[in-house]
Design a protein around this ligand. Structure first.
Ligand code: URA
Length: 234
């Protein structure tokens, strides 16, 4: 890859800025000050420094946030705070987007990334990546409700949901594990049984668990989590 592309792709320096830095002797590759901005580098093994500080190659970024109520799963919104607004400004340059949507009144785990191919695979029902939610219903739900929802329900729009699993905690609370993510799916599943979801939190996405990320907080995925997230592509 060209040195100026290395910097511009990661939105650290534009090509013009890179040329200026090269002229000023501010960029080195493997300890040697470079003379030309179009010099070829190996981004995976060369040590690139800008004003003496190492610049690591990071094309894709993977972040986990715990979405609070009232925040929308979008990159921009005229009225509401978005999941991107939960991040510090230095992360805004990566053009991150939420991998799947949670309703405004749903809380919990949202993956933010700029890796479109992995996000697409992780959301595809064909890849069977599990998404687990804890829920609370307005009225008690029955074993018959559990069987019907687990088998799949034909919703008002004619769509029949894929089979899923429910773990009952008590008459009004439980966990539900889906491998697809249709619009308002859990609310519509319980709605079809004459009940109402009054609290919903996503607690797991594939192998990645919400754990102790506080509401409104974020963290980078661990290496293991990144690997697991990307594995949906295979
Ligand atoms: N199902 C819903 O109804 N809402 C969500 O936010 C996620 C799944």
């Amino acid at each position: 890859m060209r040195l100026d592309k290395f910097f511009s792709e990661q939105k650290i320096l534009s090509r013009t800025q890179c040329s200026k830095c090269v002229k000023n002797g501010e960029i080195a590759v493997n300890g040697v000050t470079v003379k030309k901005a179009d010099v070829k580098i190996d981004e995976s093994s060369d040590v690139i420094t800008l004003n003496g500080e190492r610049v690591f190659y990071k094309k894709y970024v993977y972040i986990l946030v715990n979405k609070p109520i009232g925040v929308v799963s979008a990159t921009e919104d005229a009225a509401d705070k978005t999941v991107i607004d939960l991040l510090p400004t230095e992360l805004k340059k990566y053009d991150l987007f939420p991998c799947g949507r949670l309703d405004k009144d749903t809380t919990g785990l949202v993956v933010l990334t700029n890796d479109g191919a992995s996000a697409h695979a992780a959301l595809s029902p064909k890849r069977h990546v599990e998404k687990e939610y804890s829920f609370k219903t307005a009225d008690a739900y029955s074993d018959a409700d559990v069987s019907a929802i687990e088998r799949g329900i034909t919703l008002k729009d004619g769509y029949t949901t894929k089979s899923c699993r429910i773990v009952r905690l008590n008459d009004n609370e439980g966990r539900i594990i889906l491998t697809e993510g249709k619009y308002h799916e859990i609310k519509r599943l319980f709605g079809a049984r004459g009940n109402k979801i009054i609290a919903l939190r996503r607690i797991r996405f594939g192998d990645i668990v919400l754990g102790d990320i506080a509401e409104g907080a974020w963290r980078y995925m661990t290496e293991e989590e990144e690997k697991s997230f990307k594995s949906a592509r295979q």
